[in-house]
Design a protein around this ligand. Structure first.
Ligand code: NOJ
Length: 480
């Protein structure tokens, strides 16, 4: 998550997280790689394999059939904040291509399709009157999955708040808890008889910190004053959403996802271990700990101390929800050092740890498969965490089509090395039940636009032609 920021934006984030004093620096040990034999059967017959997607990144049809604008429509269209000047207006046009895209997924022998519902498609005013055409669209997607023996997994929120609600303060306004509850009731009641696997929030640290703290994702707001209420309200919705799904869906498997990473010190200096403690709290602890009844990690992240102002009586109990699973989303590791350049603050800096690293994705993210192992281990150690799924993992490359083929050997190697680390964790008894790669299709990568290509399937954005990449065929054969 942090790697998406440039230096200036990064320093802005430092200004937020580096404030205050810290106690109890903790030591992070380097991981040891163990090679494992890779085969589908090694993961067991019940292990789930699939892909994750998100509405704004693939659907397009941004103003069609009654959909209203989301904060991402506004952010990408008006402010031109996207590096290649693009928008998600059309994206992969999944709204019209969903049936053939799900056929493609089926042809890769995968059995999970994770998608998010666009709040602004089903409730164009954010609350109140329901857009039946929006509801019907997701019924079509779900039915198509079920016809193909693919489990549909729904994420309730993947960053696309209706703009009408942002106009009332969005996540900063405590009323968002009521708005989100209404939306969660609608979606879980509409699809709960067909869909049993649910994710409440996608990467809350990312959408709160990057969207409301640093301001380089929608809605583009900055500073602690925007960020603190946003964090608390998102954490409240995380738990409330879980309760609502539980009340509406029989036999539901309910989870939520986190962008998480293994954080390591650049040098073995105490001050770098302090940097590790802060980043680790931000990336890995901020949202899971309140849900487990552990509260916010304030002693490791002193900028949170004023979050109290937004906490009402009984909120700390309401933050707790007994999730059936946690979704781990891991791409790389973070290597940090203390740079001490900000007066009265500990300055912290992330390093891409270029020394010794061989491979980087098109996002500039280092291939570091052990991070997935360490993260799975880390989250499984929490008392109260039950099952884990890897709900996102993948790599962006500058894929080229040559003779109608995309030879993405580097991506295949990435997958092999990360799957080996996931198997290592599973073999050590960590309860990981499935793997969803990011992503089925090349898609709109937020502020990066369409340059980074993450798909198992190449998309020609001019013609909407799809070409299965070698990595897609690799999965097809692996999962046969
Ligand atoms: C995390 C997000 O959930 C997803 O939307 C994004 O595209 C991927 N990671 C890749 O950066």
């Amino acid at each position: 998550m942090i790697n998406i920021l440039n230096r200036k934006e990064f320093l802005r984030l430092l200004g937020i997280i580096a404030s205050g004093t810290l106690s109890n620096p903790q030591q992070v040990l380097a991981s040891i790689v163990k090679q494992s034999e890779l085969s589908k059967s090694a993961f067991g017959n019940d292990f789930l394999w699939g892909v994750s997607t998100a509405a704004y990144q693939i659907e397009g049809a941004s103003q069609e059939d009654g959909k209203s604008r989301s904060i991402w429509d506004t952010f990408s269209q008006k402010h031109r904040h996207i590096k290649d000047g693009s928008t998600g207006d059309i994206a992969c046009d999944f709204y019209h291509n969903y049936a053939s895209d799900i056929d493609l997924l089926k042809s890769l022998n995968m059995n999970v399709f994770r998608f998010s519902t666009a709040w602004s498609r089903v409730l164009p005013q954010g609350t109140g009157s329901v857009n039946q055409k929006g509801i019907d669209f997701y019924h079509r997607v779900i039915d198509k999955c079920l016809e193909n023996n693919i489990h549909p997994w729904i994420s309730l929120y993947h960053w696309d708040l209706p703009q009408v609600l942002q106009d009332k303060g969005g996540w900063m306004n405590r009323e968002v808890i009521d708005w989100f509850s209404e939306y969660a009731h609608l979606i879980s009641k509409s699809y709960g008889d067909k869909v049993k696997d649910w994710i409440v929030l996608n990467e809350p640290t990312a959408f709160t910190v990057v969207g409301y703290g640093v301001g380089v994702h929608a809605p583009g707001l900055r500073g602690v004053n925007h960020l603190l209420p946003t964090i608390h309200h998102a954490a409240m919705c995380q738990a409330e959403g879980g309760r609502i799904i539980r009340s509406n869906v029989s036999n539901a498997n309910i989870g939520t996802t986190f962008s998480c990473s293994h954080v390591m010190p650049l040098r073995s200096l105490e001050k770098d271990h302090i940097a590790v403690e802060r980043w680790d709290a931000l990336l890995n602890r901020l949202f899971i700990e309140p849900s487990l009844g552990l509260g916010y990690p304030i002693s490791s992240l002193p900028f949170l101390r004023n979050i109290d102002k937004h906490i009402k009586e009984d909120d700390m109990e309401k933050l707790v929800f007994d999730f059936d699973f946690i979704g781990i989303q891991n791409y790389t590791r973070e290597v940090v050092k203390n740079i001490g350049i900000i007066p009265y603050m500990h300055g912290l800096e992330i390093h891409p740890a270029k020394r010794g690293a061989k491979d980087f994705s098109d996002m500039g993210w280092e291939f570091y498969p052990e991070s997935l192992y360490e993260t799975l281990k880390r989250f499984s150690n929490y008392k109260g965490v039950k099952k884990l799924y890897v709900t996102e993992n993948g790599c962006a490359l500058q894929d080229q089509v040559v003779d109608n083929r995309v030879e993405d050997t580097q991506r295949i190697n990435y997958f092999k090395s990360y799957l080996a680390q996931m198997l290592r964790a599973k073999n050590e008894g960590i309860d990981v039940r499935g793997y969803l790669c990011w992503s089925l299709l090349d898609n709109f990568e937020w502020r990066e636009g369409y340059r980074p290509r993450y798909g198992l399937v190449y998309v020609d954005f001019k013609t909407q032609e799809r070409i299965i990449k070698d990595s897609g065929y690799w999965f097809r054969d692996f999962l046969k």
